[in-house]
Design a protein around this ligand. Structure first.
Ligand code: GDP
Ligand code: MG
Length: 593
């Protein structure tokens, strides 16, 4: 136990976490990067290694004639997965804080750093990319000193590109990070911080043994779920799985026990022995709850069962995805999916498309609301069309986030305006160094899921960084805005919005839909309504003449091309009543400016 060091790397995306990790693996000869081996990258062995590497990997390192085991545990970088980040951090005794010398400290870095400090981790600050011509190591050093108040000598300057500073980092890991504590004589407690899905072996559970010892063949129990399994294989993670007879206190490793479904494995859960269980689970377990919801519908209604099986397969290795059947008058049968956040939603959409070739329509994302009825009931509503009749609603609470934005001072004005427009409240602002400022806001999550990221990026020319966590549910004056096409309400286009913004939103929606819905053989009325009251209206005029009339002469091939093009366009159309509505229209609310 004395010779073990467990650590993670905290870094903003692109600040060089992976590159530095590779350099450490290379330096410790865990992997050999030679020209030839790089070319072998494609083969399966290596691919498997890479999956493991991106979760946790063990290195051997010698200092002053003593051998050490270093376990590098990966932390997911994005706020959507912040609970998983905190579990990875809880498995470590130290963290490298890596900051890009050309960029400085970013919002997500700070929130992960605070998490690490909360868990009493030893922090080793590293300024990376010092080889770059536009590196500003002095400025970044000031930012780091402000942030953690360390000694300037404690900050290591490094380059993942040239390898400079990498030996110093490894030395600091051994010298500064304490060995894990714990008692091998106590009943087993193993903290689950991650899991890997493997189609041959099932779920590989990754964890750190906090107390006790686990042996191959042991009967083990997952405390939160109460499920019992046999530990068919235990071992450590190098470039591949390396089976061992035992994993002892302080060690990081894996257990395989034939689990097929990721939903049985909860990050943060404790594994113990069936016959000699620990008296309590490791603290801090928290079930991750989806916060963002959207309807997912097959474009082709006959694909409904395929969509279900695709979602089931995705769930095998993504325990945080939830879905339940839902039907929409407009879109037919589909599923209401729950995601941890926006990025998670994008990942799932992307995977449905790439891995399962599923053509789907996704509706506008919304958050989870708490609706209190006049009868005193409390309902959790994930879909605007699931809202009870307005006359029965006493009030609605919506989730608020506490957001942190780091920006150069030049953009403070426009950023504050954006957040106020999104019903935000500025809590405070602090200069972190020279020209850079950190702003804190309370904001309704529902406003963030619409188009906040894009706007923040465009007004700050890509420089502002953003991070958030859920703070509380608060009462809001929310009302439902409906959209009608030729008098028919289209449930998939309904949104919940603040009453002060509803009329403007209705007007903007109608204008946008007018742009998006193509002309057809008849006039199409687009209306926005609050309850029975129409608040906006636009009309898509009927087509005046046949499109084909534009093709002069007898140019057959051209005519055919045009027809094919129309057919393709139609595929992404949904028939609603007698109106053809393109897929884009269902996301119209995201495209308003
Ligand atoms: P991550 O997102 O934190 O894992 O960042 P990566 O390790 O993927 O690095 C992001 C980009 O920065 C890549 O294009 C790297 O090649 C580059 N990079 C990483 N470290 C350095 C460095 O020390 N110097 C230079 N010049 N480029 C670097
Ligand atoms: Mg990376």
């Amino acid at each position: 136990m004395e010779n073990i060091r467990n650590f993670c790397i905290i870094a903003h995306i692109d600040h060089g976490k992976s590159t530095l990790a590779d350099r450490m693996l290379e330096y410790t000869k865990t992997i050999k990067i030679t020209e030839n081996q790089m070319l072998d990258d494609m083969d399966l062995e290596r691919e498997r290694g890479i999956t493991i590497k991106s979760h946790a990997i063990q290195m051997e390192y010698s200092l002053d004639g003593k051998k050490y085991i270093l376990n590098l545990i990966d932390t997911p970088g994005h706020v959507d997965f912040s609970y998983e980040v905190s579990r990875s951090i809880a498995a470590c005794e130290g963290a490298l804080l890596v900051v890009d010398a050309t960029q400085g400290v970013q919002a997500q870095t700070i929130s992960n750093l605070y998490m690490a400090i909360d868990h009493d981790l030893e922090i080793i600050p590293v300024i990376n990319k010092i080889d770059m011509p536009n590196a500003m190591p002095e400025e970044v050093e000031d930012e780091i000193l402000d942030l953690i108040g360390c000694d300037p000598e404690d900050i290591i300057r490094a380059s993942g590109k040239t390898g400079e500073g990498v030996p110093d980092i490894l030395k600091a890991v051994v010298e500064r990070i304490p060995a894990p504590k714990g008692d091998p004589e106590k009943p087993l407690q193993m903290l689950i911080f991650d899991s890997i899905f493997n189609s041959f072996r099932g779920i590989i559970v990754l964890g750190k043994v906090v107390n006790g010892v686990v042996r191959q063949g042991d009967e083990v129990k997952f405390v939160q779920t109460g499920m019992e399994y046999t530990a068919d294989e235990v071992g450590v993670l190098k470039m591949d799985l390396e089976p061992r007879k035992t994993l002892s206190t302080g060690e990081v490793g894996y257990i395989i026990s034939g689990i097929k479904n990721a939903t049985e494995v909860k990050v943060g859960d404790t594994i113990t022995h069936v016959d000699q269980p620990c008296d309590k689970a490791i603290e801090g377990f928290q079930e991750v709850k989806p916060m963002v919801f959207a309807g997912v519908y097959p474009i082709d209604p006959t694909e409904y069962e395929n969509l279900r099986s695709s979602l089931e397969k995705l769930q095998l290795n993504d325990a945080s995805l939830t879905f339940m059947p839902e039907s929409s008058q407009a879109l037919g049968f589909g599923f209401r999916c729950g995601f941890l956040g926006l990025l998670h939603m994008e990942i799932v959409q992307e995977r449905l498309d790439r891995e399962f070739n599923m053509e789907v329509i996704t509706t506008v994302p919304n958050v989870s609301y708490l609706v209190y009825t006049k009868q005193g009931e409390e309902l959790e509503v994930h879909n605007p069309s699931g809202l009870p009749d307005p006359t029965e609603i006493d009030h609605i609470d919506e989730p608020y986030i506490k957001a942190s934005i780091i920006t150069s001072a030049d953009y403070i004005g426009p950023i504050i305006k954006l957040c106020l427009d999104k019903r935000g409240e500025l809590l405070d602002q602090q200069y972190i160094s020279g020209n850079r400022v950190e702003l804190h806001f309370m904001l309704p999550l529902g406003e963030i899921v619409i188009d906040f990221y894009d706007k923040l990026k465009s007004i700050s020319k890509g420089y502002a960084s953003f991070d958030y966590h859920i703070d509380s549910y608060r009462p809001s004056k929310l009302i439902k805005l409906d959209i009608l096409l030729n008098g028919e309400p289209v449930d998939a286009l309904s949104t919940l919005t603040h009453q002060d913004n509803a009329v403007t939103l209705g007007r903007n929606m109608c204008e946008k839909l007018k742009e998006l819905i193509p002309r057809q053989q008849f006039d199409i009325a687009i209306q926005a309504a609050i309850g029975a009251k129409i608040v906006a209206r636009e009309t898509v005029k009927q087509v005046r003449k046949d499109v084909l009339a534009k093709c002069y002469g007898g140019d057959v091939s051209r005519k055919r091309k045009l027809l094919e093009k129309q057919k393709k366009g139609k595929k992404r159309m949904k028939q609603i009543g007698n109106v053809q509505v393109p897929q884009k229209a269902f996301l119209a609310v995201l495209k308003l400016d």
